[in-house]
Write a protein that binds this ligand. Sequence first.
Ligand code: KIV
Ligand code: ZN
Length: 551
Amino acid sequence: MLTKPAEKYRPFPPVDLPDRQWPGRSLSRAPIWCSVDLRDGNQALAVPMNVAQKLELFQALVNCGFKEIEVGFPSASNTEFAFNRRLIEENRVPAGVAIQVLVQAREDLIERTVESLVGAKKAIIHLYNSTSPAQRRVVFNMTRAQVVQLAVRGAQWIHERLPRLAGTDVTLQYSPESFSATEVEFAKEISEAVMEVWQPTPARKMILNLPDTVEVAMPTVYADQIEWMCRHIRHRDALIVSLHTHNDRGTGVAATELGLLAGADRVEGTLFGNGERTGNLDIVTVALNLYMQGIHPGLDLSDLNAMRAVYERCTGMSVPARHPYAGELVFTAFSGSHQDAIRKGLTEWAARSRSAWDVPYLTIDPRDVGREYREVIRVNSQSGKGGVAYLLETEFGIELPKEMQREFGPIANDRVDALGREVTGAELKAMLWKEYVERDAPYALVDFRAESVGGVVRCQATVRRDGAEVSLRGEGNGPIAALVHALNTGGAPRFEVADYREQALSAGEEAAAIAYVRIKLGDGRTRWGAGVDTNIEWASIKAVLSALNRC
Ligand code: KIV
Ligand code: ZN
């Protein structure tokens, strides 16, 4: 890297808009969405989608609720043209959905583009040419006036051919490509020149798309550019102002959101942000950002996993694990304190009759987008006892007593730490079983009988101690007390039972009960034990022996 980057790179000049209004506004409704997955997204793929993949993605976009879908660049290749024709001739475009096609300001390309749309019910013809100083100089080698003339000629060639699409509801769209790198005054001049040809009205608007083709500045600058255009352009009321951001500085979503505050009506983007270089705007993120503010985006994102699967299948791209809302790990907490807060938050939310969502660390309820609570908490060495207890409870219905959680949490953590990876609920349960339920040395239960005579319970227990069977007798006010007496008089360390809980385990192979016992030794130490059996009395006896075996 350069020690003096200023010798090579210059800051982007700010827009002169001291009375900007957008910072004081907030969003209250969803914009018009236009998916450009099949065009901008597709052209950025190492292996572009084949027709079957394009058709599948088109259907998924329709199902999601997109009413405007840029389907391609029909003049660019026979495949693109054929795809357009197939959509129209096979009647695959539902009423109310407009297919959008992109074209440059060249007569032969415009001719072919119009031809590709014959028979469509609703279409958007999208004309573009680049306008930034670098593009004018390097690509076109044209003056500003020549570039305006190029756009005007393109607009005329389209306008002249509209009678050929007599049965089609056509909307016209113009993009001064690289708008955000263009002087605002020139963007206004060229856009107004195109408007002059197309003559939009408030009743028959045209779309003016203002692309952030390459992010060159902070999103606040883009917002200023959009507000400047909305306030200065002639006949604003005859325009649908549209945003088309990319993500070069990682702020495509922010630029779109601020651009909406600045007065735009429409947003172009792709699912999960596929697109050239760092991608197009991710529509899913912007839509769910609105949703989490209580604004319905007008798109159905209630099965995000399915949508992600279609996207991955069709594009060959993958959604990163940390991607907002859709990433594998988004609703997963690894840190113990996060897990604890989420658990308390979910419990409190349920207790508040599921009113306004305010659960720490979860921006939205995962179930609203078809994801699961089960994904919320996994356990690794960073997790605390809360995560361990949550997983045992949600996956197996095992409700460890709070004090036992404190004992088992660090034990589980040490084992997970040694494994050096995340563990599943089943692995945690196996650890619990190994530590408590399967502890059968030195004492293992062979037989236990108890009878109550005159309020006193007498027991006869047969245990295997260090491999040899031993018969013990004792009495007390219940079976557990009788066993403790039998053990204490039969040579075991002296102890008493300090805590006892039991619960039924959920149905399944172990349609059984689990008992938890905490014993207190003569020297003050305490230990938990657990026993499982289809007979609750046996479960509690096993729990006592388990605790004793852990001393
Ligand atoms: O990024 C861009 O500017 C484009 C235009 C064609 C709208 O994709
Ligand atoms: Zn683009």
